[in-house]
Design a protein around this ligand. Structure first.
Ligand code: BGC
Length: 243
């Protein structure tokens, strides 16, 4: 099946048409920068012009969003406008574009793609997926089954959210070297390991494409594998969720 996968993020909104049987992108990834306000109005208008009109899309849509999503409705928005809270993304797509859509949390989407496609992930046990971008997205799978809306990016570290300490945005803001950032991220992983004892951690998000740069500096008790689809996992998983 062909589904338009959309990944709404704090820095960019990305999309591609996905072959959900193979988990492949059928088009190049299209991206527009998240407008400064991050408002639903501006993002929906970007989605309309950059994705729906550009691709002349009439089929199903799967949408990943950086916040808690229950039954397509937004319950939190940390790195994007609070105006999103309360919006039912599925209803909005139908009303605005007459398109069928399913919306889930962005890290849950990335995790679904990895569980489905990454042959290095065991089918049994606890798998933790961490996406590192503007925020820290987390998803947990137990024997292949998701526990949705895990928000471990908001665990407290040094008096603030963990994502303020160890995200890619934190790395950029503080101009950290890979080694310095990896030391912070390792602290975060150790904290997570105390809480959920994962068998494997899957590392995804914007900086997973540079995995080789810092892999040797990540200290963990469990195996860390890079996301097979790197930062495209969010798009692919969003599409898979809409099958
Ligand atoms: C949000 C999560 C999201 C993560 C990555 C966090 O700030 O609370 O829901 O998965 O950022 O985008």
């Amino acid at each position: 099946m062909e589904i338009l996968g959309i990944d709404i993020g704090g820095s960019g909104v990305k999309a591609a048409i996905v072959d959900t049987d193979k988990g492949d992108l059928l088009t190049d990834k299209i991206r527009f920068q998240t407008p400064e306000s991050g408002s639903p109005k501006k993002i929906f208008s970007g989605i309309e012009s950059h994705f729906i009109n550009e691709l002349k899309w009439k089929g199903k849509v799967g949408c990943g969003f950086p916040g808690v999503i229950i039954k397509n409705k937004v319950y939190s928005a940390a790195n994007i406008s609070k105006k999103w809270i309360g919006i039912n993304i599925k209803k909005k797509f139908f009303k605005k574009f007459n398109l069928k859509c399913n919306a889930i949390n962005d890290a849950d989407a990335a995790g679904i793609a990895e569980i489905y496609l990454n042959e290095n992930i065991p089918k049994k046990g606890t798998v933790m997926v961490i996406t590192v971008g503007t925020g820290l997205g987390t998803s947990i799978f137990v024997d292949g089954k998701i526990v949705p809306n895990i928000e471990f990016g908001h665990l407290k570290m040094y008096g603030d959210c963990a994502e303020k300490y160890a995200s890619n945005l934190a790395r950029k803001k503080l101009n950290l070297t890979w080694k310095e950032w990896a030391a912070r991220f390792s602290e975060y992983i150790n904290y997570i390991e105390l809480l959920v004892s994962p068998n494997v951690i899957v590392f995804g998000g914007g900086i997973s494409k540079y995995f080789n740069e810092y892999e040797s500096n990540l200290v963990s008790n469990c195996k860390i594998v890079p996301a097979k689809n790197r930062n495209n996992s969010g798009i692919i998983g969003a599409a898979l969720s809409a099958v």
